[in-house]
Design a protein. Structure first.
Length: 233
C-alpha cells in the first residue's frame, strides 16, 4: 500500500499513532510531503524515526528549507538552549525568517544532540526530494509540499525551483492537469483555512492533506493512494 502524510510539525505522538493506525509494514511505502519540523515539541525525534525506515520517503517543505538555510552554516554551534552564534548578515535574515515560523523546538532538539548526531540529521535533510511522481492503480499522483507556482502545463516539473514548490498557496478549485487520472497531493495550507474543517480536501484533481496537526482542534491526516482511504490522528 502507498500512503501520504504531511505537515507533522513535531507532533511525535500523533505521528506514532498514525503509523499504528495504518499498520505500516515493510511492504508499504509512506511519503511525507514536508514540514516535519518546527512548532510541535519533538520534530527531531520524528526525523530520527524516519531515518530508520527505508520505506518512508521524505519530500521537502518550507520548514525544512528554512532549516537547511540556517543549519548548513551553524549546526555545530547550536547550544542546549537552541541558540546559535554566528556573524553573517545573510544568515541573520534566514534565521529571523525561520524564527518567525516556529523554529524554537527544532533548535532546542538539535542543541541536545552530539555533533555527530546533528550532522546525520543535516545529511538526512539534504536528501529530501523536491517532489515525487507516484503511479498507483493506473492513476498518477504528483506529491509536492505546496503546489506549483508559475504553473504551465507544458513546463517540465523538474524546472521548478524549491521556492516555487514549497511556498505557494494554490486555489483548490483550479485544476493543474486536464487528465482526470492525474492528481496533485499537497500540504502546506491547512484545510481548515480552506473549508473551516480539519479534514482532507479533494477538489479539481487536488488533494490537500494538511489538516493542522499542530493547531488547536487540528488533526494529522494520512491518505492511502490505493483507494483514497483517509486516516486521522
Amino acid at each position: 500500500m502507498t500512503y501520504v502524510m504531511s505537515d507533522i510539525h513535531g507532533m511525535y505522538e500523533k505521528y506514532m499513532k498514525m503509523l499504528a493506525l495504518i499498520e505500516l509494514s515493510d511492504k508499504d511505502t509512506l511519503y511525507i510531503i514536508g514540514d516535519v519540523l518546527d512548532r510541535g515539541s519533538q520534530p527531531i525525534r520524528i526525523l530520527q524515526d524516519m531515518m530508520q525506515r527505508p520505506n518512508v520517503i521524505p519530500i521537502i517543505g518550507n520548514h525544512e528549507l528554512m532549516a537547511l538555510n540556517v543549519l548548513e552554516k551553524c549546526i555545530d554551534s547550536v547550544t542546549a538552549d537552541g541558540l546559535a552564534s554566528y556573524d553573517d548578515n545573510e544568515l541573520n535574515e534566514a534565521y529571523l525568517l525561520w524564527q518567525l515560523n516556529g523554529c524554537r523546538t527544532t533548535m532546542e532538539n538539535i542543541g541536545r544532540l552530539s555533533i555527530a548526531e546533528r550532522r546525520k540529521i543535516l545529511e538526512f535533510l539534504r536528501s529530501f526530494a523536491l517532489y515525487k511522481n507516484v503511479n498507483v492503480n493506473e492513476k498518477k499522483f504528483i506529491l509536492v509540499h505546496a503546489g506549483f507556482e508559475n504553473f504551465d502545463k507544458d513546463r517540465p516539473l523538474d524546472s521548478y525551483t524549491a521556492d516555487e514548490l514549497i511556498w505557494c498557496r494554490h486555489d483548490p478549485g483550479e485544476r493543474y492537469f486536464d487528465d482526470e487520472n492525474i492528481y496533485v497531493v499537497a500540504g502546506h495550507t491547512p484545510t481548515v483555512k480552506l473549508t473551516g474543517k480539519p479534514y482532507v480536501l479533494h477538489r479539481s484533481g487536488n488533494i490537500f492533506i494538511d489538516c493542522g496537526a499542530c493547531m488547536k482542534g487540528g488533526k494529522l491526516a494520512c491518505v492511502r493512494l490505493d483507494d483514497f482511504m483517509e486516516y486521522y490522528a
